[in-house]
Design a protein around this ligand. Structure first.
Ligand code: 5AD
Ligand code: FES
Length: 330
């Protein structure tokens, strides 16, 4: 365990990188073992009412062709993913009000008939919505805090409220979800100190899952002239998160692989234990363009499953056949 000042020092000192990555890898092995959990990701709508400055799906961006996958088609993707062996499905979308509480409840109930753990990642909703989704069978919820620096949060998220984001995380926790959060690394004007605070925040809210990825500059957003985040620094934030929260689930994120062709495998050897391959087909993948050069946009679900399985086996790790709930030792 590190204190805030240690975290800051480690983040600033590049000579400690290799030591940090091996320590995180060991702590991962001791606490969650060599199994990797694969989560089948269904990006079911790229319509979003928000205007996050970094995100290509922001509503003012007129250059994306928008889509919604409706229930029946969504269920086809879900069934196909289950056939491929996925034990967890993740439903992710922009903040799309078309998917009312009622519509989501119907979808959740149908998916839960497939004997899978279900994660939602559909943004800020009311307590009542979260409660209805939980009662319908949702097991987990992902909502990144993005940054705990309140001023930066305000600059990055027009018309959004940091306190409401925290309220969402607390509501989800109260309702008994496994709660996933995370942050971006390399946002314009983000400080090392605030990244240390992000890690301490994950600990404070007792997160079950933490996803960390570098900021990738998107030419269709107001941040187009800012540089990408740094791969190594995001890896360090991830490794420190593993050390501070030893038994949680940590994904090797797609954004990491976008900046480094071997990014997910490097992440899996520096503290991560989860990968979230896409299980939709190519007609939608390219349109879910949060940032440019996203991986696998011309692949199909089988290809990704086989590709990632081979990579995982090549580093001596195994694929979990369980649902992959967090805190395996508790
Ligand atoms: N670069 C990297 N990650 C991004 N996200 C959104 N926009 C970008 C970007 N330009 C991340 C956010 C969000 C997740 C779904 O994608 O952290 O929570
Ligand atoms: Fe999609 Fe490798 S994970 S091709």
């Amino acid at each position: 365990m590190f204190a805030r000042k240690d975290i800051i020092e480690i983040l600033k000192d590049e000579s400690k990188n290799e030591w940090l990555f091996s320590l995180a890898d060991k702590i991962r092995k001791d606490n969650v073992g060599d199994e990797i959990h694969l989560r089948g990701l269904i990006e079911f709508s790229n319509i979003c009412k928000c205007s996050c400055k970094y995100c290509g799906l922001r509503s003012p961006n007129k250059e994306v062709s928008r889509y919604r996958i409706l229930k029946d088609e969504l269920l086809e993707y879900a069934k196909n993913a289950v056939k491929m062996g996925y034990k967890t499905l993740v439903l992710q979308s922009g903040e799309d009000e078309f998917y009312t509480q009622e519509k989501m409840v119907e979808i959740i109930k149908e998916i839960k008939k497939l004997d899978v753990a279900l994660t939602l990642s559909i943004g800020e909703r009311s307590y009542e919505d979260y409660q209805a989704f939980k009662e319908a069978g949702a097991d987990r919820y992902l909502i990144r805090i993005e940054t705990t620096d309140r001023q930066l949060y305000k600059n990055m998220h027009p018309n959004m409220d940091f306190n409401n984001r925290v309220r969402c995380l607390k509501d989800l926790r109260k309702l008994g979800y496994e709660v996933g959060t995370g942050c971006l690394v390399g946002l314009p004007n983000q400080t090392i100190e605030s990244l240390a605070d992000d890690i301490l925040f994950f600990k404070e809210i007792n997160a079950d899952m933490v996803g960390i990825g570098p900021f990738i500059s998107n030419p269709q957003t107001p941040l187009k002239n800012y540089p990408n985040g740094n791969f190594e620094l995001s890896l360090k934030v991830m490794a420190l998160t593993r050390i501070m929260l030893p038994d949680i689930n940590i994904p090797a994120t797609t954004a990491m692989e976008t900046l480094n062709p071997n990014g997910r495998i490097i992440a899996l050897q520096s503290g991560a234990n989860v990968v979230m391959p896409n299980v939709t087909t190519t007609e939608y993948r390219a349109k879910y363009k949060i940032y440019p050069n996203k991986i696998c946009i011309t692949e199909n679900p089988d290809k990704c499953r086989n590709c990632i399985e081979a990579k995982i086996k090549s580093i001596g790790r195994t694929i979990s056949t369980g649902y992959g709930f967090s805190h395996p030792k508790q």
